[in-house]
Unconditional design. Structure first.
Length: 95
């Protein structure tokens, strides 16, 4: 990141993602990967399965990003989508 360049907000990144900006999506993943992985790991207790579930969750997030209410907190919505995905995932049920 260049000196003096502000980090884009979640809202800015989401808008860019909705305009098919791959760099914005990569920034969202980088920003929230640890959070999503932590939720998945707490659910499974297994590192490899948590990694797989993290990828699944991010795919689901990308596909449902247009349903996100811009007035809500993105991090809270992301956590909700992650938990819902985990309870419905065939991988999580195999544990």
């Amino acid at each position: 990141m260049q000196k003096g360049t502000a980090t884009p907000s979640d809202a800015e990144l989401i808008e860019r993602c909705l305009q098919k900006d791959n760099a914005a999506w990569e920034a969202i993943v980088a920003r929230f990967r640890r959070k999503v992985f932590h939720i998945a790991y707490k659910f499974t207790g297994k590192h490899d399965e948590a990694e797989d579930l993290t990828q699944e969750i991010f795919l689901k997030l990308l596909r449902s990003l247009d349903k996100f209410n811009r007035d809500a907190d993105f991090s809270t919505w992301l956590s909700s989508v992650a938990r819902t995905s985990l309870t419905a995932s065939p991988l999580s049920q195999a544990t």
